[in-house]
Design a protein around this ligand. Structure first.
Ligand code: AMP
Length: 431
């Protein structure tokens, strides 16, 4: 039957037990929990920003000639005539919040993490959605390569914790606006004789923002650009030292990386370090996450000069990789007790026991709709409950209840008044 109101293209429903792991609410939550834990371990605290922001925040910071700003933003005009955009990324919003709430006033480095939905009008396909979830961090207040190394280490630690070990870390330095200016002259000189072979989009980028030429996915353009000059030759001494120091820290920590002289990532605001984490288990959309340094962005957004670095990791891509690798995850929490009720007089007693168990902090469940004993036992099994508490009119008459361990079929009749006590001393299910 055709759906009356199907969901918008490129979006997902997340629900328990979904066949595709990127649609499984429990698995998604599990990744977020691990990310929160790893972020806390590295000293990062959560920040939450609005889902939409004034459009200019994104156009000015990400760059007018980027794909995101020129093609992918969900922008709406309010009744009052304001232009608002659903956040396509979180760095600009987090920095806006950092400035607006004077987080810099506390001095030192502000270390923030987020779990946020992002919206981009992209060609929907596996691993590329119009609403996707990112886990990210922003570390603001130091231009220290040790902080770059920390941020990269945090991202890698997260992937290790969730069970993705086969990773490639691509690393580059994109210099600064000043060092890039000299590079862009050289890049344009190199591209000019080949320009007729470039797509219309490539030719437009040549004029408006030549660094974005390096973002191309066009095979012919990539082939031409493979012998283009490298940005690294145009870095200042200070930028080169920063990059080499970072490489030293990564090497000391045993972090493998691949230098990628053409990695610029899709945002104009990066300075110095740019990195991407890829998985060979993902197919075409192989980027699990990426980030970089943005030493001018806080100033650009109206705050005091503040260097910073961060990353964003795609939750759906991580889950796709985990499914491809068949990595085991802890099962969803299951009830300790499942009350099976048979008979009219047992019903209020069973419902009261359910409430007493929950009040005592014991996860308890029952079946609704007065179904047969067999259907209720099946429901208890399906819920992976540890104990069934069976209560019929006979038990109520004798003030007892049958306690059955569903893991080993051990069964015992206990006084009804002791049911909560029996289960509370038992601890959580060991399944
Ligand atoms: P970006 O914000 O473009 O640096 O992306 C960071 C990470 O978010 C990427 O490496 C992907 O893992 C993920 N990501 C970005 N765009 C999408 C999308 N449209 N659908 C799913 N995941 C995405």
């Amino acid at each position: 039957m055709p759906l009356k109101y199907p969901r918008a293209k490129g979006t997902h429903d997340l629900f328990p037990g979904a066949a595709s792991w990127e649609e499984d609410s429990h698995r998604c939550h599990y990744l977020e929990d691990i990310f929160r834990g790893v972020s806390n371990l590295y000293g990062y605290s959560e920040i939450r920003t609005p889902v939409f922001e004034p459009t200019e925040l994104f156009t000015r910071s990400i760059g007018e000639a980027t794909d995101i700003v020129s093609k992918e933003m969900y922008t709406l005009v309010t009744k009052g005539g304001d232009s608002l955009t659903l956040r396509p990324e979180s760095t600009a919003p987090v920095l806006r919040a950092y400035v607006q709430n004077s987080l810099y006033a506390s001095g030192g480095v502000s270390k923030l993490f987020y779990c946020a939905s992002h919206f981009r009008y992209e060609r929907a396909q596996k691993g590329r959605y119009r609403q996707h979830e990112q886990l990210g961090v922003e570390a603001l207040g130091a231009d220290d390569p040790a902080l770059d190394a920390e941020v990269i280490a945090l991202a890698l630690a997260f992937f290790r914790r969730i069970g993705i070990h086969n990773l490639t870390l691509k690393l580059n330095s994109v210099g600064s606006l000043e060092s890039r200016a000299a590079y862009l002259v050289a890049l344009k000189e190199f591209v000019l004789p080949h320009l007729p072979e470039f797509s219309g989009e490539g030719q437009a980028r040549f004029e408006t923002n030549p660094l974005r030429l390096l973002d191309t996915k066009n095979a012919r353009e990539l082939e031409i650009l493979s012998s283009a000059p490298h940005l690294s030759a145009y870095l200042t001494d200070e930028e080169r030292l920063h990059h080499e120091t970072l490489i030293g820290y990564l090497t000391d920590a045993g972090v493998d990386f691949e230098p990628d002289p053409f990695l610029v990532r899709g945002f104009d605001y990066y300075t110095k370090t740019a990195f991407e984490i890829q998985s060979p288990d993902l197919g075409a959309q192989n980027a699990l996450g990426g980030g970089g340094r943005y030493n001018k962005l806080v100033e650009q957004i109206g705050g005091p000069p503040t260097p910073g670095i961060g990353f964003g990791l795609g939750v759906e891509r991580a889950l796709i990789a985990l499914q491809a690798l068949a990595v085991e995850m802890p099962p969803p929490p299951c009830p300790t007790a499942f009350i099976i009720i048979q008979g009219q007089s047992a019903r209020p007693v069973g419902i009261k026991l359910l409430s007493d168990l929950r009040a005592a902090g014991i996860a308890a469940e029952t079946d609704y709709g007065s179904r047969s004993m067999k259907a209720q036992m099946r429901a208890a099994d399906k819920a992976h409950a540890r104990y069934a508490l069976i209560l019929g009119d006979d038990e109520v008459a004798q003030n007892v209840i049958q306690l059955k361990n569903l893991y080993d079929s051990w069964q015992h009749t206990i006084p009804l008044a002791e049911a909560v006590e029996w289960l509370s001393s038992d601890g959580p299910p060991a399944r």
